[in-house]
Design a protein around this ligand. Structure first.
Ligand SMILES: NC(=O)c1ccc[n+]([C@@H]2O[C@H](COP(=O)([O-])OP(=O)(O)OC[C@H]3O[C@@H](n4cnc5c(N)ncnc54)[C@H](O)[C@@H]3O)[C@@H](O)[C@H]2O)c1
Length: 343
């Protein structure tokens, strides 16, 4: 285990970022450090990268190791938690739900239990649009029914509910942020997206433009203007900033809550392909494929509530801005973090 860094912003204590070596968690670490916070990433590196941890120490350990979580909270004088560590593939969760219940549910409950025992620290929880299931209206507000249609969404919703019970019983305050499609990379180019295998549209389209496998388009017969699904893409740096705002809100005595996070502007798969072609100046070869089960036609968030309550505004709302930042990262790191000596 790394030794604690010298305290700065010590009044408020350090922020424990589980999954801090992953895609969104690493961007949150950067945003926290920029806000003057001490950060400690806690990650078993099952999907994360050592090279993504640049704004604080890294404790390489598992969420199930509650003794190590407790030690980390004490050693670093942790005063708040951002919990990103999870398994996050909808398709895998359907094929093999057991690890999803173990990691996302059991793992998180262990973390919450230690937090309660160590003194009720606030937590920002990574939730997902998958808690809603098939949307019955769009854009999706926080008032929309939650009826997940896969184990991934079920485990995230179960934790959202547990957080409500933990607040009533133990006073544990929390904000659950339901992200739609996280995309893009740190605008300074320090960190970016490197999922293995990659399942997200923008990095796959970029890989196709770079000469990789042609992009599979899952269904081009949806009732949309060009026949492909519409999705709401939110820049990962905007997401990260929302976490910092949510934490300040709770630390300032604000109420717990659940917020949807997207741009409120859906783009079709073909519009994303066009944007990648515009930004890269290269063609994106693609192949039409069958629809995937459970893929709704449109997924689009209303972020009105977080804009109103927390003053969040997206800084990189345009699709080309999002794609440009991703392209910069992938062009400079064609093998992701494997290019970096320390990873
Ligand atoms: N990427 C998206 O578009 C998206 C959308 C909605 C919600 N989310 C949620 O956001 C969070 C982060 O997603 P991401 O895309 O950054 O994923 P990621 O896989 O890049 O990051 C997850 C990190 O958690 C770590 N981890 C997993 N299990 C662990 C365990 N048992 N102990 C310790 N560390 C563990 C992994 O090594 C990885 O670094 C997840 O909770 C996910 O469900 C992501």
């Amino acid at each position: 285990m790394a030794s604690p860094t010298s305290p700065s912003g010590a009044d408020r204590g350090a922020v424990l970022v589980t999954g801090g070596a992953g895609y969104i968690g690493s961007h949150a670490c950067k945003a926290l450090a920029e806000a003057g916070r001490r950060v400690v990433a806690y990650d078993n590196l099952s999907a994360g990268h050592r090279g993504a941890v640049r704004w604080g120490d890294l404790v390489v350990a598992d969420l199930h190791d509650v003794a190590e979580i407790r030690r980390t909270i004490r050693d670093y004088r942790v005063s708040a938690v951002m919990h990103f560590a999870a398994l996050a593939s909808v398709g895998d969760s359907v094929k093999d739900p057991s690890p999803y219940y173990r990691e996302n549910l059991e793992g998180t409950l262990g973390l919450l239990r230690v937090m309660v025992e160590e003194g009720l620290r606030p937590i920002i929880f990574s939730s997902t649009a998958a808690v809603f299931g098939e949307p019955t209206e769009t854009p999706i507000t926080e008032a929309h029914d939650t009826r997940p249609i896969n184990p991934y969404g079920e485990t995230k919703l179960a934790i959202e509910k547990a957080l409500g019970h933990f607040e009533r019983a133990y006073g544990l305050r929390s904000i659950a942020l339901r992200y739609f499609n996280a995309a893009g990379a740190d605008p300074a180019g320090d960190i970016g997206e490197d999922h293995r295998p990659e399942a997200h549209l923008i990095p796959l389209a970029i890989a196709a433009a770079q000469g990789g496998a042609p992009l599979q388009v899952y269904g081009d017969d949806y009732p949309t203007p060009d026949g492909t699904c519409l999705r709401d893409y939110i820049h990962v740096t905007d997401l990260a900033r929302a976490h910092v705002l949510a934490l300040s809100h709770l630390e300032g005595g604000g109420a717990s809550g659940r917020y949807n996070l997207g741009n409120g502007q859906p783009y079709s798969v073909k519009e994303v392909i066009d944007a990648v072609e515009r930004v890269t100046g290269r063609r994106v070869p693609w192949l039409p494929g069958a629809r995937r089960q459970g893929d709704p036609t449109v997924l689009c968030a209303s972020s009105d509530r977080i804009q109103r309550d927390l003053g969040w505004r997206p800084a990189y709302a345009g699709l080309d801005d999002i794609v440009r930042s991703a392209w910069r990262w992938h062009e400079a790191h064609p093998r992701g973090y494997a290019n970096r000596a320390e990873d």
